[in-house]
Design a protein around this ligand. Structure first.
Ligand SMILES: Nc1ncnc2c1ncn2[C@@H]1O[C@H](COP(=O)(O)OP(=O)(O)O)[C@@H](O)[C@H]1O
Ligand SMILES: [Mg+2]
Length: 158
């Protein structure tokens, strides 16, 4: 199950994140894939708002992990600077994949072998005419249900 959404500007990216964040439940995992500058952090900031996080939400590129508290814990990870899955293991990142909070991980596709099979993948791409394209793919029934719900509040495109 998957869905494609056209995002004309960064507000649209944050809005998609917000709507998704409202639907996420403790334990959920969102993998944010896509080249540098495609909007992964922007989407994660929307997610945080949708989860009820009120303070500033900054890019975790240098810290790798940022933890927030909304209606449940929200862990924002960015593994761009990690060399390999072994260093992710050393940092204990797997704990976040199976924890009680919602976790969103930028460049998460690089850790494919460490990820639980069940997760939501959001792939962001530059759109040729400007803006971005998001492809959301549900891996597992729980996330299919989530996408069904999301479809009711998001207009498709691409
Ligand atoms: N749908 C969009 N259309 C145009 N610009 C966008 C869109 N979404 C995000 N941006 C902008 O792209 C830039 C990079 O976004 P960012 O979220 O930091 O990307 P990433 O985390 O993938 O590197 C920011 O200036 C952001 O405002
Ligand atoms: Mg980023």
């Amino acid at each position: 199950m998957s869905m494609r959404v056209f995002l004309p500007d960064s507000n649209a990216t944050a809005e998609l994140g917000f709507k998704l964040g409202q639907l996420l439940a403790p334990g959920d995992l969102v993998v944010l894939a896509g080249e540098l500058g495609t909007g992964k952090t922007t989407l994660a900031q929307g997610l945080a708002r949708g989860l009820g996080v009120t303070g500033p939400v900054t890019s975790p590129t240098f810290t790798i992990i940022q933890e927030y508290q909304g209606r449940c814990p929200f862990n924002h990870l960015d593994v761009y600077r990690l060399e390999d899955p072994a260093s992710a293991r050393e940092l204990g990142l797997e704990e976040y994949f199976y924890g009680q909070g919602v976790t969103a991980i930028e460049w998460g596709e690089r850790l494919e072998e460490l990820l639980p099979c069940q997760h939501l993948r959001v792939e962001l791409e530059y759109s040729p005419g400007g803006g971005r394209l998001a492809t959301l793919t549900a891996n597992g029934q729980h996330y299919s249900g989530l996408l069904e719900e999301l479809k009711q509040s998001v207009s498709p495109g691409g």
